[in-house]
Design a binder for this molecule. Structure first.
Ligand SMILES: *Cc1c(COP(=O)(O)O)cnc(C)c1O
Length: 381
């Protein structure tokens, strides 16, 4: 085992080396045409991504956070409203709710899938509740069937945070098509990543698509006619061009991610003290982030670091305990499953360009941690 080379948890440069020529040629054309904002490359990507997801519309935006914000506005969520969401996620899910003047109302997550627990939603509904905003965390589909039953019973909109779930599906249907609006991020590290900031919404609703199309471009109903207060949230041309190139590879990349996850799963199923992330029954997990749960997380993290395996923690602090949300009045202990998840999860290397030797090194390193009695450090690398 060559422990001098580190195994990164993500290395974006490898993907660029693979696509370099294709990207540079396309960007040269784009520069010569000057299609810097929206334009033909973005339009073409919107058409292709809508087809990929199986939605009528895709509207290209400047980030996933913007996608969530415009989705909430288009679903009529505003000041004084409440939106039911989860505390175990990237903070943008809650930012968007705050940006429109509404209040995030948290419910706990399922301990095995890490997604919103539908059994806890009804108790959180009040007369001010307007929408449910589940997250397909790490690429795992939330239980959309159960959430839809609740949303319909109470007349609530469902907006999906699919920012980590490109190509994930449930019952053969892609995530992003279950809610009134599905929101995606193309932040460079996502399964489909731009070369800068980008995001989009998908929807089957013609009116919502049109409204978001206008809102992103200063709410222009036509040139210099501003129907309402708008935003500058347009997708850049170069992002549309790069995303269009990468979209062709997304299925193969997702399969590679899933293959690596299956190898991890098979290797570690019996290791005591570790809980490997499951795949919901009937679902296709996009394996954006491979976060296993471990009782002695920092011990495992340090052990792996000594062997040159780089890991990360997504996300150490649940949102209800973030200083920015102190005013919501939540306390430690309010969401025990989310808090336990944040304490125990550790993200291991998993990206499509990992080679088999690196996968084997990660597997072997976790094994040796388990066999060494977890705690004693490996002799210096
Ligand atoms: C990445 C991400 C976002 C935000 O996307 P940006 O493009 O970075 O604004 C929102 N929600 C989740 C769950 C994410 O992972």
């Amino acid at each position: 085992m060559d422990a001098t080379e580190t195994v990164p948890w993500l290395d974006l440069t490898r993907q660029y080396q693979l696509l370099r020529q294709e990207i540079l040629q396309t960007l040269d054309q784009l520069m010569q045409q000057g299609s810097f904002i929206l334009g033909p490359y973005v339009q073409q990507f919107e058409t292709e991504f809508a087809r990929f997801i199986g939605a009528r519309h895709c509207v290209g935006l400047n980030s996933g956070t913007s996608a969530l914000q415009l989705a909430l506005i288009a679903c009529g969520v505003g000041p004084g409203d409440q939106v039911i969401t989860v505390p175990a996620t990237w903070i943008s899910t809650s930012w968007a709710i705050s940006y429109v003047g509404a209040r995030p109302v948290y419910v706990d997550v399922e301990p095995d899938t890490y997604c919103m627990d539908p059994r806890r939603v009804e108790a959180a509904i009040t007369p001010q509740t307007r929408a449910i905003l589940p997250v397909h965390l790490y690429g795992q589909p939330a239980d959309m069937t159960a959430l839809h039953v609740i949303a319909r019973r109470h007349g609530l909109a469902v907006i999906e945070d699919a920012c980590q779930a490109h190509g994930a599906s449930l019952g053969g249907r892609r995530m992003g098509t279950f809610g009134r609006v599905g929101c995606f991020s193309f932040y460079p590290g996502k399964n489909l990543g731009a070369c800068g900031e980008a995001g989009c919404i998908v929807t089957d609703d013609d009116a919502i698509a049109l409204r978001i199309r206008q809102l992103r471009d200063h709410a222009q109903a036509s040139r210099h006619v501003h129907a309402e207060i708008g935003y500058n949230m347009r997708m850049e041309g170069i992002q549309g061009a790069v995303l269009g190139i990468k979209l062709k590879y997304l299925e193969a990349w997702t399969e590679r991610r899933r293959h690596i996850a299956r190898q991890y799963e098979a290797a570690w199923a019996e290791v005591p003290g570790l809980t490997t992330p499951v795949e919901r029954s009937g679902a296709r997990h996009a394996r954006h982030i491979y976060a296993l749960r471990c009782d002695g997380r920092s011990n495992l993290q340090q052990y792996l670091a000594r062997l040159g395996i780089v890991t990360a923690v997504h996300y150490p602090t649940p949102l209800h305990l973030q200083p920015a949300y102190r005013h919501l009045g939540y306390r430690a202990g309010d969401f025990p499953e989310a808090e336990a998840l944040c304490r125990s999860q550790l993200t291991l290397p998993l990206f499509p360009e990992m080679n088999d030797e690196e996968v084997a090194r990660v597997i072997g390193a976790v094994y040796s941690w388990a066999e060494s009695g977890r705690g004693s450090m490996p002799s210096a690398a």
